[in-house]
Design a protein around this ligand. Structure first.
Ligand code: BGC
Length: 873
């Protein structure tokens, strides 16, 4: 928005319509101005060695860091450069103290870029299980595999994107547009990963909601800015990260794009204020790959580790490394800050591992060859670099179970479960293999054959991929069924001839794919271009349904697709969303179709009728010339079901085909007896007091001569990032034309202040995740759920609240449980409603408040099937 234009239109308005609209307009301009700018917050909060869950780790870290030299500390914070060693990111080793280079590796569905690893169902599919235990077990198994390869930081789980826009390319890596469900997904995954001995990395912090313009580059000079107001930030986007911090996450990855026009990796508001101060995060912040844009500025804004270390891939120069050493020597980076970085990294390390003696990294991300250069970019040190270690254990069974239990039965008029059907016809490319092999496209950057994961850095190589065709055929043979498949979406006449035959059960498979921006598939630059099925999928489904009265549809997709044209067709007797199931795809869907697993998945997002009805959408064309595109999150907390519920009931945009939380079972359930007990009368106590003064550990020589590259000890590797100076003249060493400016000239006020600081009232003091009082249980809500059918089944009762106060959604999810119930049995569903659950963020007070007014509680089977209603007393 151009200020001059805005003022002109204000003047015209004032003349035309009088004072009150002018006030409104003023308010809008103020809001706009607030969104355009991120408030500074300094100094960067230092760790609290007494924080709950971190005490022992910090005691170990202190012993270690106290022995470190400045060069060693810098080495620990700075990546050694893209492809310099085996992992997608490595930091420098500390050989003197026995610590090898730490290995950072992707992540969201399995260890990326290696072999003999598993490919797990996506985060979104795991979310669809609504099953805390399965999500934990998935995290634990992924952590074990990473550990078995020598990985130290597993670059997941994902809560950004949250899923503001259904077409966003990486939504599938995360969990759900609902912050509570995503929060559970984050916390359980983190506990699992870290219990397996690997540091988890909650990413991408924050508001990384689309792929287009996430980084600067043609046609924009600066990355997109996600402009979010404080209330929306707290109530929506920050919520799952609070759960991650509370679960003890060891690292957080700051994202590529800007937040309120300040790059996420140098944004003091989000890193210093929200993450480290308010949430009390005690681990380290790592940059996304090349998401760092400044040296000293990012250090004082709260960044602790730069990845992969070089300014851009393989430049051989870094914002940190040499420059961080210089920054500390000349005082622009306060000494406490480098110590805090090292302490945070080592505390996260000791939180998950007892010893600094680590197993070697036994793979190279850069090649599948057994022998090759250890230092890939420099092409130095030829040796065995891939040991092909099989880390899969029995994870195949778990993967099969998660994908089956994350499959959502959207519609079933009675054709399912299948029982020895006479004749099964399977139709569609998505049921079959990629003819070139499941790993033929790098980072899965194509859409051929059945869709098991999306594309991008969030992928892994398949050890095998069980196709639906293979598994369904095996089942048919076992049952004595007749079986035929047509694994093409374009064999129109052959398909018609097949599905028109007598006794046929036709199962049509179709998909929709997306991924990360560095790969474009069929014109989709990460983000989807539309919400329709790919490769003629809709036409295929309609074609089969036109000729077969028992058509079952299975969709593999990265999020919602438009089912509008055909979902109500009576010939379509069942619709299943099988998400992104990973390597056991065919087995999982067979288990569900044949009732070996009673469908228990629930949709982690809403199925709208049109793309437009979802509200906010991807920005495909920059709206600010070559400057940073401005994406205003003006819808506030109203995304997904909250948005649909807000549109007037009479509007076509209110229409939802299948609501958030919806999913059928082969049995049925009834709900009754909602009981609410007030359980905790305690009052909320804002945190008060002061931090300690910033601690420092160990002195260092101020003389640049002591930091020169020790060329007598080892050779200089091409493009490797070191902490050393190349010259005892700081200006020459820095390669920075502006070298010599004092901190005061370019750093914001208080950026180097190491004195004791006031604690924020919303912060938790010693307790990570925010003020402890937020997690006090205020009400105990129970309901009874009965299995009224004939077979065992799992139900997901869900608790929603309607909160008083301005700008609150009609209902918000606050609790759920996966319960297994025998036929005829009743179980109690229970949710402990916390203060956080009923609070809203007060921008003026800068704290959570519970508003006066009626707080309604609902228990039901989805966001729009609310069976029981009550009021919180
Ligand atoms: C992605 C991250 C990933 C990193 C390393 C980046 O492009 O945004 O999610 O962890 O690359 O592969």
């Amino acid at each position: 928005m151009k200020p001059a234009a805005a003022l002109l239109c204000l003047a015209v308005l004032a003349l035309a319509v009088g004072a009150s609209s002018v006030d409104t307009h003023h308010r809008q301009l103020d809001q706009r101005a607030a969104l355009e700018r991120s408030a500074p917050f300094y100094p960067s909060p230092w760790m609290n060695p007494d924080a709950d869950g971190w005490k022992e780790a910090y005691a170990e870290a202190k012993k270690f860091v106290s022995q470190m030299t400045l060069l060693e500390k810098v080495n620990l914070t700075t990546g050694i450069g893209w492809a310099s060693e085996q992992c997608v990111g490595n930091v420098g080793a500390i050989p003197r103290l026995g610590l090898r280079s730490l290995c950072m590796q992707d992540a969201p569905v399995g260890v990326r870029g290696t072999d003999f690893n598993s490919v797990f169902p996506s985060g979104q599919t795991a979310a669809a299980t609504f099953d805390r235990t399965l999500i934990y077990r998935r995290g634990f198994a992924m952590g074990k595999e990473a550990k078995g390869k020598g990985v130290n930081v597993l670059l997941g789980p994902v809560a950004g994107p949250l899923g503001r826009m259904p077409a966003a390319g990486r939504n599938w890596e995360g969990f759900s547009p609902d912050p509570v469900l995503t929060g559970v997904g984050m916390a359980e995954s983190i506990k699992g990963i870290q219990d397996a001995g690997v540091i988890a990395c909650a990413k991408h912090f924050i508001a990384n909601e689309q792929e287009h313009f996430r980084t600067p580059g043609d046609p924009v000079k600066e990355a997109l800015s996600s402009n979010i107001d404080d209330k929306t930030m707290h109530e929506l986007y920050l919520w799952p990260f609070a759960d991650a911090v509370r679960a003890g996450v060891g690292s957080v990855m700051c994202s590529y794009q800007q937040v309120n026009n300040s790059y996420a990796c140098q944004n003091s508001k989000i890193l210093n204020n929200l993450l480290k101060d308010e949430l009390g995060f005690q681990g380290f912040v790592m940059s996304d790959w090349s998401a760092q844009h400044t040296g000293v500025a990012s250090a004082v804004a709260g960044l602790d580790m730069t990845m992969p270390g070089d300014t851009e891939f393989n430049t051989g120069i870094s914002f940190w490394g040499t420059n961080l050493t210089l920054g500390v020597l000349n005082g622009t980076v306060p000494a406490y800050r480098i110590d805090d970085m090292a302490m945070r990294i080592m505390a996260a390390f000791f939180k998950v591992s007892k010893s600094i003696e680590l197993d070697p990294i036994n793979f190279s991300f850069w090649t599948s060859d057994t022998y090759g250069p250890l230092h890939w970019e420099a092409k130095k040190d030829y040796q065995q670099i891939n040991y092909h270690v099989d880390v899969r254990a029995d994870h195949g069974n778990l993967i099969r179970e998660i994908a089956a239990k994350g499959t959502v039965l959207l519609k079933n008029t009675g054709s399912l479960p299948l029982k020895k059907p006479k004749f099964v016809a399977v139709i569609g490319e998505d049921a079959g293999p990629n003819p070139n092999g499941p790993n033929s496209c790098g980072d899965r950057g194509c859409n051929s054959g059945t869709l098991g994961v999306g594309w991008g850095s969030g992928t892994a190589n398949y050890p095998y991929l069980v196709t639906p065709d293979a598994a369904l055929q095996a089942q048919a043979v076992q049952d004595g069924s007749r079986y035929e498949s047509i694994l093409s979406n374009y064999a129109t006449s052959q398909t018609q001839a097949l599905v028109s035959q007598a006794n046929v059960t036709a199962i049509v498979f179709a998909n929709a794919n997306s991924g990360e921006a560095y790969i474009t598939v069929d014109g989709n630059m990460g983000d989807r271009k539309n919400l329709t099925l790919w490769n003629n999928g809709d036409a295929l489904i309609k074609h089969v349904a036109a000729h077969c009265a028992n058509t079952i549809v299975v969709i593999h997709s990265v999020g919602p697709v438009l089912l509008t044209d055909w979902h109500a067709n009576p010939n379509i007797t069942a619709i299943l969303w099988a998400g992104l199931p990973g390597q056991e795809s065919g087995n999982s869907i067979t288990d569900v179709l044949y009732g070996k697993v009673n469908p228990a998945g629930r949709s982690p997002f809403t199925w709208g009728a049109t793309r437009e009805s979802y509200g906010p959408d991807i920005m495909y064309t920059p709206n600010n010339g070559a400057d940073a595109p401005q994406q205003d999150f003006t819808e506030g907390v109203f995304i997904d079901y909250r948005h649909f519920d807000r549109t007037p009931a009479t509007s076509p945009d209110n229409k939802v085909l299948y609501p958030f939380g919806h999913g059928l079972s082969y049995t049925s359930f009834s709900y009754r007896n909602l009981r609410i007990t007030k359980s905790h009368p305690s009052t909320y106590t804002p945190t008060t007091g002061q931090t300690a003064k910033a601690p420092t550990f160990g002195a260092f020589s101020p003389n640049p001569k002591d930091y020169l590259f020790p060329s007598d000890q080892f050779p200089y590797l091409r493009h490797f990032i070191y902490p050393y100076l190349n010259s005892s003249d700081p200006r020459t060493a820095s390669l920075d034309p502006h070298y010599g400016q004092s901190a005061a000239q370019f750093l914001p006020p208080h950026a180097t202040d190491d004195s004791s600081q006031p604690l924020l009232r919303a912060s938790g003091g010693r307790s990570p995740g925010g003020n402890r009082g937020l997690y006090d249980v205020l009400w105990d809500v129970t309901a009874e759920v009965t299995n009224t059918g004939k077979i065992i089944g799992e139900e997901v009762p869900q608790l929603y609240l309607s909160l008083p106060g301005e700008g609150q959604p009609k209902v918000v999810l606050r609790g759920f449980e996966k319960v297994r119930i025998d036929p005829g049995q009743t179980v109690e569903f229970r949710v402990r409603v916390t203060r956080r659950d009923v609070s809203e963020w007060d921008v003026g007070v800068q704290d959570w408040v519970v508003r006066e007014g009626v707080k309604r509680v609902w228990v039901g089977r989805s966001s729009r099937e609310l069976e029981l209603e009550g009021v919180l007393p």
